[in-house]
Design a protein around this ligand. Structure first.
Ligand SMILES: C[S@@+](CC[C@H](N)C(=O)[O-])C[C@H]1O[C@@H](n2cnc3c(N)ncnc32)[C@H](O)[C@@H]1O
Length: 357
């Protein structure tokens, strides 16, 4: 029976493909889906929150494994939210789409009547989806030109400046810090200087290509850059990462997401996290090891950002008494086969923990 209702994510994507002005809808392939289910062990009568619905790959796998489970499908991106709606029609009364960020979730759960300590499992698959990365109009892509936007919640959060607006206003010292800390960019100073100088020499930087070309021009006489796996990478990769993290306030959101998991999971409830770079993984690791620092995700002045996250002392003190027990001895990484089939999975690290107190 389930096979009949099984979702063809390509069809779901096609249903809303027009919105992205693409001839071919971009498809997101879920990362470490099999491992996620192995640790989550979903059961039919259980309630889950897919904290990063995206194209619903992990939600789909949970339902494949436990066809009667219920899933709250959160995403801050209206495109992903629309996909969650489309998928929820195929699973009436089982998928509950919620539009918003981690930091907005408590209010939304209250409206759904979800109490603290009532959830059986939460999945966090951090970062951007392929629909965001590969669609030029979203402004995340180095290779596809588009407006320099980078807001995951484009059109929802009108207070959040786009990456272009950040670059038009920010001072050199702050920009250098953003590139250095969020992009781990060794040439942060040089790039920041070029961006600030460009304000006087050319018109403001408004497209992804303009930014990518400008950063590349800083490295004209240098060898091709290699990523951590020694493959050639664009000189602007780290700059794009840094701006994206900053614009979306991503590290504070992850920090807050970890606090939420502690509040909403019941004892015995499981949390699965999939991270894609060390900044994300460090935050998760500190939470699951009970080594939380109050300001660990808040290294930068967020005065260019709409900053809605509280760091309540009492909440942070509760978190410091770690309630987690690891389900794996080491972090789990994708198989060679998965990396081959889905190169985007190459830097992924999965952690699985169970709530014990
Ligand atoms: C890597 S994708 C998830 C893909 C999904 N697991 C799948 O298999 O299709 C990450 C998603 O999380 C969303 N996201 C990132 N940070 C978020 C936050 N703080 N609150 C809500 N959604 C967030 C992004 O908009 C994106 O759609």
């Amino acid at each position: 029976m389930f096979a009949v209702r099984n979702i063809n994510s390509r069809l779901v994507l096609a249903a809303i493909g027009n919105r992205w002005h693409s001839t071919e809808p971009v498809r997101h392939v879920p990362v470490m889906a099999e491992e996620t289910i192995r640790f989550l062990k979903p059961q039919n009568d259980e309630l889950f929150i897919d904290m990063t619905f995206g194209a619903g790959g992990h939600t789909q796998e949970i339902l494949r494994s436990a066809p009667k489970a219920k899933i709250i499908a959160l995403d801050r991106d209206p495109v992903a939210h629309e996909m969650a709606h489309t998928m929820s029609e195929l699973f009436p009364g089982q998928i509950f789409p919620v539009l918003g960020k981690f930091s907005e979730l408590p209010d939304k759960l209250e409206k759904l009547g979800i109490k603290q300590r009532s959830v059986d499992g939460m999945v966090f698959d951090f970062g951007c989806s392929s629909m965001q990365f590969d669609e030029g109009s979203r402004g995340f892509s180095i290779s596809k030109d588009g407006p320099l936007d980078m807001r995951m919640d484009k059109d929802c959060d009108t207070d959040t400046p786009t990456a272009a607006e950040v670059l038009a206003k920010i001072d050199e010292i702050d920009l250098t810090r953003i590139l250095k800390i969020y992009g781990e960019e060794k040439q942060a100073k040089k790039i920041a200087r070029a961006i600030i100088e460009a304000r006087h020499t050319i018109k403001s930087i408004e497209t992804t290509k303009e930014l990518a070309d400008l950063v590349q021009s800083c490295f004209e006489n240098e060898d091709t850059r290699l990523d951590k796996l020694k493959r050639p990478s664009h000189s602007a990769t780290k700059t794009f990462q840094a701006l994206r993290i900053f614009v979306n306030n991503e590290l504070n959101e992850i920090n807050y997401g970890m606090v939420l998991a502690q509040h909403y999971l019941k004892i015995g409830g499981k949390m699965i996290t999939i991270t894609f770079h060390s900044l994300e993984d460090t935050i998760v690791k500190r939470h699951v090891m009970g080594n939380v620092m109050n300001d660990m995700a808040n290294k930068l002045p967020l005065r260019y950002n709409s900053h809605t996250i509280c760091h309540d002392q009492e909440v942070m003190e509760t978190v410091m008494r770690s309630p987690w027990h690891p389900l794996t001895k080491h972090v789990v990484v994708p198989t060679y086969e998965e990396v081959d089939n889905n190169p985007r999975s190459r830097s992924a690290k999965l952690r699985a923990v169970v709530r014990v107190v």
